[in-house]
Design a binder for this molecule. Sequence first.
Ligand code: TXE
Length: 488
Amino acid sequence: MTRRFQNFINGRCIPPNSNDWIDSVNPATGEVWAQIARGNVVDVRLAVESAKRASEQHDWRYNPTYRSKILHDIADRLDREHQKLIEIEINDNGKRVREVKAQMSGLGDWYRHFAVASAQMEVENLNLNLDGVSAYLDLIPYGVVGAITAWNSPLMIAAWKVAPALAGGNAVVIKPSEFASASTVFFAELLSDTVPDGLINVVTGYGDEVGTAIIESDEVKKVSFTGSEIGGSRVATTAAKHVKPVTLELGGKSPQIVFRDADLENAINGIMSGIFLSNGQSCVAGSRLIIHDEIKHSFVGRLKEKLEQLQFGDPLSEDTDIGPIANKPQFDKVLSMIDRAKQEGVKIIAGGSKKVVSGFEGGFFVEPTILENVSSSNEIWRHEVFGPVLCVRGFSTDDEAVSLANDTDYGLAAGIWSVDEKFANKIAAKIDAGTVYINHYRSVNVCAPVGGVKKSGYGRELGPNAIRDFMQEKAIWLGEAAMPDPFG
Ligand code: TXE
């Protein structure tokens, strides 16, 4: 019998009110490996009620030291038991075992950081420059927070929302992507005897059913979303109707600029990592290579050689370099965007087709693809593929490089490759993006904010304000001298 993942509400697994289930397909085989609950507004109501009760517990709401202890317990539990999550995640989204292991073994650390940060939260005095009165800043939790996540790295994306939300004294209702929900449900289940009931709830299902119900619930006071530009726009529209704040981490079309003086070996590794790790299914995927005309030809030749050495195969195998695309709609989207690029006259330098992998004939494999002869009007240059597809364009002047880099509606990340650090910093200042990497790419760290400008969204995750983003400021004023008679 197919394994079923129920909703997780108030500390236990419960079947969906609809009694309906959604198939979860293993992208390496194309076969159904599990089913997830098709949640609806009734499940969301139960989850929100349980979250509200949990968020109102006195210790949770007012005692950061207690919250810190629970977050430490979560981190320790994940350190001990994260292996149990690895296979589920791979069955769900096909990410390679080497990448998933790295993500899962670090999962506890996201929670540990916020455990420490929660314990360090202090009252902030406000410098009013007034006589006879002082003020301080109180930070208050929202209460119940909604976390709507995507399929590419479900548990890491959830950690970026759940850990700071909990540290700030909230309870969460998570809606993972319908394409990869199992690991998030299992994660909540794994923590059921570590986390007080109701603090972490998971309702699975479709965006326009479960996601909308979460945003529309009066008791959900803030929503943090990771997903597509269209999804984000819908989420923001619904939230606006309810005057509810949202954080949107949407896609990107991130440029990587390689200057003539770059350390080319380093740059090649950076470009490969930026677009071909995780099959380009990363929000910061460096999908546009902008490279000086004089080095373009040889650089692309070396990228091509690297691609030829990569092994396709089972994402569960340590030897695999390239696994499947995470789900069928995404597989179809990647291939159809490549096809349309071909029709528009874009030149295929490498890849460009689906790949049939022996033993995994039903899997959603796509060849890593390099495209040249791309212009600003091509869809493949303008729109996020979220797949292993690199567009290459040459430049001759620095201004041209900057202008090509900013020739996008998005602004999540960018890479700059030059050994002249001063020059690279000057270029970085001109790039419209939430993150710019110089001679490096793709790393994330709890101390560095993640988020975009333009259509890559708004608000930030992680970084110095991560907990405050899940809290509201309240100014408390203290009169220290007699109030004067206003009419005297
Ligand atoms: O995204 P969706 P999908 C981009 C990438 C990809 C494309 C489509 O380009 O090809 O998005 O992916 C929920 N109200 N990114 O279809 O639909 C949905 O159920 C409330 C970039 O997976 O945006 C899921 O949980 N919720 C991205 C989540 O939103 C709604 C990562 C994301 O789904 C909703 C993933 C609604 N109206 C995809 N509509 C990144 N930022 O890195 C959808 N959802």
